[in-house]
Each structure stands twice: as structure tokens, then as C-alpha cells.
Design a protein. Structure first.
Length: 153
């Protein structure tokens, strides 16, 4: 008696994505999730705000901070972080290294377009008049340059 599932039907059924991922990478991903879970109490606000990234390299947890303030704060917490990881069963991590990461360019800023800027004629006239009444030559020249630049060439 033929089965309800034909051979062709079984081949076209979707396979679990995990079958295509190298087991070593799956284990690393699980480890990263465990790290974040274990350190949620200490690093939760930093992770949520995108102020830090976590990575492991051998026996070292690397905390890459996007700002100096976070890096300084977290350097004081390195000992506490090691204790938390040890208590959470992550005994393979022996060291914690906090570093300042390079700034990533904001994708929105990259796509911004140049804005046409101009100063209305009345405002340019006011700048010229103000420059005429100022004794400080540098300030007067700066006001004149502003008035000229705002002409919207």
C-alpha cells in the first residue's frame, strides 16, 4: 500500500536550518547567548542601548565599548563580571578585557543629502549693518562672510 508521503514530498519538505550550520558555530552562538543571559544584571543597560558588544577569544571575554565613559565604568566591574561568569558555570573564561571600540558610522548619516541653505535677504542686510557697527574687525568680517555665504549662490 503506498504511503501518503511520496519520496518527492519528503525531499521538498523544509529542513531545519540548524542542519546547515556547522556544529561549532551553533555552539558558539549558544555560548554568546549564555554570556548575555548571565551578565544581564550587570551589563543589561549597556547591551540594550547598544553601548557595548561582547565577544570571546580563547579564555578572555572582550567587552568593546562605544564610549569612554562606559569603558571606564566597566573596567571597575571586571572582577565582578569574572565572579558572575564563574558562578554561572562559564569557568572557561578566565580574563575580562574592556576596550574602546572604533566608532561605527551611522548608516543614516551616510545616506544624508546636502541641504540647500540660504539666509533671507532681510537677515543678510541685518548682518551687514551689524558688521558695520562693530569695532572688532575679526567679528565684523565673520558677520560679512556669513551674510555672503547665506546668499544661496
Amino acid at each position: 500500500m503506498p504511503s501518503d508521503r511520496s519520496e518527492a514530498g519528503r525531499r521538498s519538505a523544509p529542513r531545519l536550518l540548524a542542519r546547515y550550520i556547522d556544529p561549532a558555530w551553533r555552539q558558539r552562538s549558544k555560548g554568546d547567548a549564555d554570556l548575555k543571559r548571565d551578565l544581564e544584571g550587570v551589563l543589561g543597560q549597556y547591551l540594550e542601548q547598544g553601548r557595548i558588544d561582547l565577544a570571546t577569544m580563547g579564555d578572555t571575554l572582550i567587552i568593546a565599548c562605544r564610549d569612554r565613559g562606559s569603558a571606564m565604568e566597566l573596567r571597575f566591574l571586571e572582577r565582578e563580571i569574572r565572579k558572575i561568569l564563574s558562578a554561572g558555570g562559564q569557568t572557561e573564561i578566565k580574563k575580562v578585557r574592556t576596550m574602546l571600540s572604533r566608532e561605527r558610522q551611522d548608516p543614516i548619516a551616510r545616506e544624508s543629502t546636502a541641504v540647500q541653505r540660504s539666509i533671507p535677504a532681510a537677515a543678510r542686510s541685518s548682518l551687514e549693518m551689524a558688521a558695520a557697527g562693530i569695532d572688532d574687525l575679526r567679528l565684523a568680517n565673520a558677520l560679512r562672510r556669513l551674510a555672503q555665504a547665506g546668499a544661496g549662490h
